[in-house]
Design a protein around this ligand. Sequence first.
Ligand code: ATP
Length: 266
Amino acid sequence: MTAIATRDLEVTVPTARNDARAYAAEVENASLGYGDNLVLRDVTLRVGAHEIVALIGRSGSGKSTLLRLLAGLSQTESGTVSTAGFPAVSFQEPRLFPWRTVLQNVVFGLVREKVGKAEARERARRTLDEVGLTDKTGAWPAQLSGGQAQRVSLARALVARPQLLLLDEPFGALDALTRRTMHELLISLWRHNRFGALLVTHDVDEALRLADRVVVLADGRIVEDIAVPDPRGGAAGDDSDDAVDPQIPRLRAELLTALGVADAAR
Ligand SMILES: Nc1ncnc2c1ncn2[C@@H]1O[C@H](COP(=O)(O)OP(=O)(O)OP(=O)(O)O)[C@@H](O)[C@H]1O
């Protein structure tokens, strides 16, 4: 993965792919601090090759630090970090280049791959198709809604078919209805593209809706690692509210308790 600073924007794009592995990401006994402030303490976390892991924790617990570590943007003081190929990252702010069209923004996701111009445009078009933006290829970022901009950001992340997708609160800035649509889109993209994903979120319900496992970080340590029963509504993909597994309310309360939220019992 390479961080590319262009004008004032920094985006990360995948640049190559390795052979298929059991894990999309492996962090072993990783510790990292800023000065005296030890932010990650002996963290061990694995993300399976086709698994969505949600990472939740209070503000300042070290979530973004862990994600940056996996993105290759910082290094551990001790322990090891490895990823299958170069991860792609999508952030809360879509970070699109305003002077490039939607299509050109997505083509940028292939900048490190040895792909000819025509093929890059074709792959970008196909990916925009997958995120439901076929009719926006020639639009400018300023002409998009927040949800559409986030779709372009996802398309740019996925166009190089990464094995690991790092999502840093990607839906945090969206309204509830758009967020729900984006959840469905992420599930559909995940079903059709075999990537593993680490999703940083503040939202316990979002974590339980999207992930196979929910991991809680507190003061730089993993304090919970919970498997979600029947993730994403199961094989049939029926994630309507009626289909929610009866264990979910208990897990929700458990996660809220781990987060130290006072009204966890509600
Ligand atoms: N570049 C930095 N220099 C010094 N301290 C930092 C730096 N980045 C993060 N920190 C500190 O590391 C700790 C964890 O920060 P981090 O951003 O990982 O938390 P977070 O869980 O992602 O929080 P939030 O939910 O608010 O985004 C905080 O105490 C923060 O002040």
